[in-house]
Ligand binder design. Sequence first.
Ligand code: MRU
Length: 347
Amino acid sequence: MNCKTLEWKNKELILIDQTKLPTEVEFVTLNTLQGVFDSIKDMIVRGAPAIGVTAAYGVAIAANNIAIDTVEEFKTELLKQCEYLETARPTAVNLSWAIHEMEKVVASYMGDSVEELKKQLEEAAIDIHNSDIAINKAIGENLLSLLNDNDTVLTHCNAGALATSEYGTALSPFYLAKEKGMTLKVYADETRPRQQGARLTAFELFNAGVDVTLITDNMAAEVMKEGKINAVIVGCDRIASNGDTANKIGTLGVAILANYFNIPVYIAAPTPTIDMAIATGADIPIEERDGEEITIINGDYVAPKGVKTYNPAFDVTPSELITAIVTEKGIVRAPFKEGLKQLFENK
Ligand code: MRU
């Protein structure tokens, strides 16, 4: 893995600018809450786990910038800023999950030193960052146990190193396979409209020497029909307690196709992406983005200016189309409601 998605250095957050990849590798340095908010909203950083880790550092940054020295007033101001940060993007639950983890640090601090609380917040953000790396590695190992040498996997969007702190979730097994001398091949869907598959998945796997073949989204059925695909592995932005899974728009179509062709569908799922508070996928808020993501490519209109568009950024795959939800704590199969509940009971 050659790309460091995010780095914490001297109380600043350095992000690779994912809007510029693959043609330019540029970094942005963030030291304000607004900068962090805008980077999430404008998708300089994207991918559910990376959004969560960024948000945790965002809270640490916000805390460092608050010049109030009475603890109660400091807490009130910080919680207000946390509330704002939570509105940056709606679908990936990792954003609110990470902010709530940071809020727990605020709530449990009973001392009288704002400086000490700021220190604890920074440490908590670093912990969230480090635990994301460990989670991804464990998910990769669990996914590998479902694959055979020489298998070919189709993936959609980017749930790789760029979408996380390291390794990725859905792409983690390919990096681990390489480390272990096992051969796996990947077909990456382009993933319109923002082309995360072409710009990010193909970029990171190609640079890491993983055998990756890029296809446009409408080719997935054909490669499945040709018998080229042994498994589908995708990431997720939020999983409801019954296993319904929100992921990048187009995932639902891929899952329907895979079921038709009897290909297993695996969801690579860090437990912070599982939202046990909601019953089904119908409760997942789906982000709708600007229609110009569809009508403009590389600055040029590819559709009549002003034409009506509809641009949901995510869709929900019902749990009956999912073969297994692969977490860092184990592999969950149907009935998902029971299996997911057990994950959180056996801590
Ligand atoms: O809009 P994006 O690029 O943030 O969407 C990303 C995805 O849908 C990923 O598949 C998901 O966040 C999992 S990342 C490990």
